[in-house]
Design a protein around this ligand. Structure first.
Ligand code: B12
Ligand code: SF4
Length: 465
């Protein structure tokens, strides 16, 4: 058993518990489990700025439940940001907390409270459940939880311009065995750019309505963070801790051309360094605004471009309400192939796609899946990120499959391993064979010689979803 914070003494009666799988900050399996939680960072910063000190522990920084329970003892209040994939951990933590602090209060909020409030309400140990954003609710709630009903709708800021800069030292520390590589309070390198990594958010909302996601149906609209504020924060972090590269965690960075134009003008001119960054876009808007896209890649060092391609088949793209077509996808691919070739010929690092792909979508035929792998093989500069479609509550398709009894994601297990089967009736054996390259001959038909040469084995690219 690891004794994680031997020196850490209780300083407050209020504890914020960072959530994630046990051990993720002790012996992480991959980089993504190590990202810090901006919801926690933001709300703890607001609490501290309002004179409410909180202690911090993390389920990710312990390796057993008894170890966690020892750390929970003696607190009056427990606060957690619960997402669907951390719901089982939150529930267990609340139960352990109540065992050692029977009169303690458990305050919860987060995405799962917003999209699956019934599941949250079933947990007797959750004393308060806040749906929606919490910026303008958290202080009053923590000060006097008894003046609130059990389920509350939180109040957010109108614009991210009103958010304080997150005090990153309020984020959990990793175990000492990974501390050196982690660069706390910055974040570890994950293969997209040099350490230390600064994760930031410039916006919270995405106006599209893909049926597997649907962010705009549950994240209230709010103004984007001003360009200058984003650059000021990065420069501040660079002066204080050093910045090697940036990950922009926005669900959709490539929106709002006016903002992006300003970013193109100011980021190269005012940032201490034009750090390379990871950020997300869509293929239809790349096609709509190709000049803007090229300028971002060339002038602002957008070197890892995350695109939700999802599928190479129009039939499936329509079913997903993706509002992108095969043609849009190939337009973006050809543009980046061209840009990458040019960068390479000039001896520069080519920009790369972080290509999000879904397989195992209900209704997908073998031919649809072949088209998707064909599309992937057409990308010359790519990190493939493949997942089996997961029916999350909060999304239209997720709600539908849950209601039909077809979801295999249970309350106890929202996500565990990349290969987990997620939906009844999907032939996962076919997909395992597909990712092992068994159908390469068929897939290679119609591809040019260089694409045919690319390996069709994608087992390593399958991620947790
Ligand atoms: C950044 C991000 C990631 C990052 C980092 C995650 C992390 N450590 O924070 C990475 C890339 C690793 C990631 C991965 C995944 N993610 Co993610 N991610 C996001 C994203 C884009 C932003 C999260 C964020 O920082 N938001 C901003 C902060 C400020 O908001 P917040 O945390 O929700 O907190 C606010 C409120 O919830 C509330 N609140 C929170 N806690 C509390 C507590 C109290 C007491 C109160 C009063 C209020 C309150 O107040 C806060 C301020 O308003 C969101 C989408 C989004 N726009 O939110 C998806 C999202 C959270 N991810 C999602 C999913 C499904 C995943 C994955 C499972 C894979 C996937 N399909 O994308 C993986 C699994 C991660 C894992 N640990 O294994 C879903 C979750 C769905 C759900 N029902 O919970 C979301 C909503 C995206 C989506 N629409 O599908 N993710
Ligand atoms: S999948 Fe991407 S484009 Fe679609 S709604 Fe979600 S964030 Fe927006």
């Amino acid at each position: 058993m690891f004794n994680f914070w031997p020196q850490k003494r209780q300083q407050s009666k209020i504890l914020w518990l960072d959530l994630g799988d046990l051990g993720d900050l002790v012996h992480p399996h991959g980089p993504h489990e190590q990202w810090q939680d901006h919801g926690l960072g933001l709300l703890r910063t607001i609490l501290h700025q309002n004179g409410i000190e909180t202690d911090l522990r993390s389920t990710r920084a312990v390796t057993s439940w008894p170890e966690l329970q020892k750390q929970l003892k003696g607190y009056e209040t427990l606060i957690m940001n619960v997402r669907s994939y951390t719901f089982p951990v939150a529930r267990k933590s609340a139960q352990l907390f109540k065992e050692v602090n029977p009169s303690g209060m458990v305050l919860t909020g987060g995405m799962h409270a917003t999209v699956a409030v019934d599941e949250m309400a079933e947990i007797a140990e959750f004393d308060r459940i806040c749906q929606g954003p919490g910026e303008n609710t958290i202080v009053d709630l923590v000060k006097d939880p008894h003046s609130f009903p059990r389920v509350i709708v939180g109040i957010g800021a109108k614009t991210m311009a009103d958010w304080p800069m997150i005090d990153r030292t309020l984020w959990p520390k990793p175990h000492r065995r990974i501390a050196k590589k982690f660069n706390w309070p910055m974040e570890p390198e994950c293969g997209w750019g040099p350490a230390p990594v600064a994760t930031i958010l410039t916006n919270r909302v995405c106006p599209w309505q893909c049926v597997f996601c649907n962010e705009n149906s549950y994240i209230p609209n709010m103004g984007r963070k001003p360009v200058e504020a984003v650059i000021d924060e990065l420069n501040y972090l660079d002066r204080k801790y050093g910045v090697g590269s940036v990950v922009i965690h926005d669900s959709m960075f490539f929106q709002n051309p006016g903002w992006l134009q300003e970013w193109i003008e100011k980021y190269p001119a005012k940032a201490n360094k034009v750090w390379p960054y990871w950020a997300a876009g869509r293929s239809d808007t790349v096609r709509q605004w190709p000049d803007l896209f090229e300028a971002l890649v060339r002038e602002t060092n957008w070197n890892t471009i995350s695109i939700g391609f999802e599928s190479g088949s129009d039939r499936i793209l329509r079913l997903l309400n993706k509002e992108c077509t095969e043609e849009d996808n190939y337009f973006a691919i050809e543009l980046l192939n061209k840009l990458g070739d040019e960068f390479k010929s000039q001896g520069k690092q080519p920009p790369m796609f972080w290509a999000n792909i879904m397989l195992g979508i209900p209704g997908e035929s073998e031919d649809d899946a072949f088209k998707t792998i064909r599309m992937l093989k057409a990308m010359r500069y790519v990190y493939p990120s493949i997942s089996y479609y997961a029916p999350y509550p909060g999304s239209a398709l997720g709600y539908q499959l849950i209601a039909e009894g077809k979801s295999m994601m249970s309350k106890d297990n929202y996500h565990r391993f990349p290969g987990d089967e997620k939906v009844k009736g999907v032939n996962y054996q076919f997909y395992r064979e597909l990712l092992a390259g068994k159908f390469d001959q068929e897939i290679n038909q119609g591809l040019d010689a260089s694409a045919r040469h690319r390996s069709g084995v994608y087992e390593e690219a399958l991620i947790k979803a």
